[in-house]
Design a protein around this ligand. Structure first.
Ligand code: HJL
Ligand code: ZN
Length: 186
């Protein structure tokens, strides 16, 4: 599924019919392609993420670390860009997400940021449906966050505590970590 299927306007685009919405490896590969767009830096990881409507397989938006202005994370960029397209603030983007939205991210969402910015776990959890449930009920991750910056990341645990299922998509660990740490001192 080449990324040319995404027009500049970042509107939702159904994937080509040959892609099965349950083909998690394909979405993780696309998230990894996103991570490779991120500039290498020693102070964080290069991560890529996709928001997907799992009822249709449509990619709702995508993002990578430092894509948007400032010190921005991949998951944050995804949510923020989707919010912009739908003309709502990022804080209330849950109002405009489809009922079966899932998030693919190459790395477990963060629960603590050294910069003090709002962690991505909190950005995910504040996405609520009209009935007060979680708008994003499932997060697919490629790797756990290594312990380099914040020790053991509690992101997965916190999501699960709030009823968000976290699913590991195997097979990309080596590539994801190589891309994520490309700007780090070795
Ligand atoms: C995830 C990202 C990204 C990280 N994790 N899931 N997506 N950069 O886009 C996690 C890492 C933090 C550091 C530094 N990285 O980013 O723990 O400067 O990047 O707030 O804690 O914190 P800041
Ligand atoms: Zn984050």
């Amino acid at each position: 599924m080449p990324l040319e299927h995404f027009p500049d306007g970042l509107e939702p685009v159904p994937p080509p019919p040959s892609v099965d919405p349950s083909d998690h490896a394909t979405y993780m590969r696309l998230a990894l392609d996103q991570a490779q767009e991120s500039p290498p830096k020693p102070t964080n990881y290069r991560v890529g993420a996709l928001l997907v409507d799992c009822s249709t397989g449509a990619i709702l938006n995508r993002g990578y670390t430092l894509e948007l202005e400032g010190n921005t994370h991949a998951e944050q960029c995804c949510l923020s860009k989707y919010a912009s397209v739908h003309d709502v603030p990022e804080e209330t983007v849950g109002d405009v997400l489809p009922a079966n939205t899932v998030l693919y991210t190459t790395m477990e969402p963060c629960n603590l940021r050294l910069s003090g910015n709002l962690p991505c776990v909190d950005r995910i959890l504040r996405c609520k449906t009209k009935d007060g449930g979680q708008a994003i009920k499932k997060v697919y991750i490629g790797v756990q966050e290594p312990e380099k910056f914040v020790g053991e990341n509690q992101g997965r645990r916190k999501l699960e505590e709030h009823g968000v299922e976290v699913v590991h998509v195997p097979g990309f660990e080596e590539d994801i970590l190589r891309v994520a740490t490309a700007g780090h001192d070795k």
